[in-house]
Design a binder for this molecule. Structure first.
Ligand code: HEM
Length: 78
């Protein structure tokens, strides 16, 4: 990835000091969610990238969210 192309945490002398913590926290949060829930894309989504300040996201992401079967959720139920 070209230097400076990922600017979600800023850059240079005043770059975010919590960037590594935030990335680790987001991975844990996402892993926790997908372990318990299914996220199925439904028709009507537009996954072309849109940008707002430092954030990139799909233009329109429609999801149907459902609970995974307890067995697929691992040792912890619920
Ligand atoms: C997704 C989460 C986060 C995003 C997108 C984010 C983004 C940013 C951005 C864009 C800046 C400004 C950088 C600049 O001035 O050029 C910043 C500064 C800062 N962030 Fe974050 N941040 C996040 C999470 C965190 C966390 C979890 C912490 C602390 C645990 C944190 C602590 C700080 C601090 C202390 C600054 C000021 C650094 C300075 O001015 O020297 N941030 N952050």
């Amino acid at each position: 990835m070209p230097r400076g192309s990922f600017a979600s945490f800023g850059g240079g002398a005043r770059k975010c000091v919590g960037d590594n913590f935030a990335m680790a926290e987001m991975v844990i949060a996402l892993a926790t969610m997908v372990r318990r829930w299914r996220f199925d894309r439904v028709p009507g989504s537009d996954l072309r990238a849109a940008s707002l300040a430092t954030i990139y996201y799909p233009r329109r992401l429609l999801l149907k969210i459902g609970r995974r079967a307890p067995k697929a959720a691992g040792r912890q139920s619920g």
